[in-house]
Write a protein that binds this ligand. Sequence first.
Ligand SMILES: Cc1cc2nc3c(=O)[nH]c(=O)nc-3n(C[C@H](O)[C@H](O)[C@H](O)COP(=O)(O)OP(=O)(O)OC[C@H]3O[C@@H](n4cnc5c(N)ncnc54)[C@H](O)[C@@H]3O)c2cc1C
Length: 433
Amino acid sequence: MTTAHNKADSQSRGEYDLVIAGGGLVGASLAVALQQLQTSRDDALPLKIAVVEAIAPDSNAQPSYDERTIALTYSSKLIFEAIGVWQGEVEQQACALERIHISNRGHFGICNLDCRDMHTPALGYVVPTRALGQALYREIDTHDNITLLCPATVSTIKQHKNHVDVQVAQDSQAHSLQAKLVVIADGGRSGLLDQLGFVVDSQPYPQQALLSIVSVDRDHQHKAYERFTPAGPLALLPVSDKRYAVVWTETTEEIEQLTALNDEAFIQALQQAFGHRAGLFSQPSPRKAYPLKQSQVASPVQQRTLVLGNAAHTVHPVGGQGFNLSLRDVASFVETCSEEETLITDLGAPEVLNRYAQQRATETKRVAHFTDSLLSIFSAPSPSLKFGRNGALMLIESLPFAKRALLKRTMGMAKHQPKLARGKRLFKAPASK
Ligand SMILES: Cc1cc2nc3c(=O)[nH]c(=O)nc-3n(C[C@H](O)[C@H](O)[C@H](O)COP(=O)(O)OP(=O)(O)OC[C@H]3O[C@@H](n4cnc5c(N)ncnc54)[C@H](O)[C@@H]3O)c2cc1C
């Protein structure tokens, strides 16, 4: 560990191994996960890391740590456990997701996913993003080798063969940082990708997602519901104390109307859209709408630059894949930096970045394809797909191998996952003397 004095020294010189632009869910997870490289081997040198975040993690304007609850896959829980983020407030506030009931409004086909079929205690966990933010920033605070600049924004990045220059604006002043690698984890909103000429394929969805938390009159028994409608999926995720997090996808006009309803009218609309299978709903929290888009960067790496999180790929929230995919990217990058049991000290070396990009290309495409397939099979408005939809759900329900494939994808445990996502150590345990 560097001392507080060394940390201040390195900050004043502005030299880092890595600068992370954006301390949202993904950027902060990367800073914390990289500590694995330092604690797992006695001879590992502490990497000097700067996290630059525009909005304080406890601010109401924070886009990553807001009122949302998100569904973490079982593999994401294993990653957070390995990097010390799970233990404490996250675990206390997490609600285990043991079963998922998938159905199609107005049709007879259904499919049930159950963690008992995978011999795991849960398929995943539903967690408030605020709790994740608190745990991640607590970890960042405990590590002397991480410097947090917040509120501060990365304004420009200049790439060179052996380093990057990163300009940061903080307190109306400009600072220059130098690093071997810059990671862009800004959610794709701040123009840094454009500035560096990254090619991004991006399309808005004609729908939005409305989020709220509602009470229900019975125990949810850790069961989630994904109900497909022609406009999009309507999901209920179990949270603590007889409550569900509602993720309701509808056309933009419909979402505007739903958001404007008073509590009573909203509950009526929800009950009508979902039916009574999960119980009687009441007491909705304030509704918040999120615009949806699909985007994908052509390549996540360039000279001494790596793109992660929503900046690299944004998928529809159906199936809760977005952050989970990014967290596996983080785990994969950390593993790439520890190849062959040796810590790589130049994290921005071209061979490191290219190896990472190769490793993740297939998985990124698979998740985008999985999300698209769910939407096109189950939410396409075409009535001619009616029998196909019912058939698909019934087929999955009746074919054990098809169900197992869906379970693995849902849990983030499809093949070729990074070690941390499989609950494995990065380095072999030192031989006992
Ligand atoms: C409705 C909805 C439901 C979802 N549900 C799930 C789910 O159940 N499961 C799941 O896995 N995923 C889910 N997701 C996706 C998940 O929310 C995202 O994948 C995740 O938030 C992406 O995190 P990020 O850190 O990449 O980006 P962001 O959350 O956008 O964070 C980017 C950060 O960068 C900062 N920043 C921006 N520009 C700069 C700059 N120039 N300098 C410094 N800092 C900067 C911002 O302040 C912010 O803190 C959902 C998304 C939505 C919209």
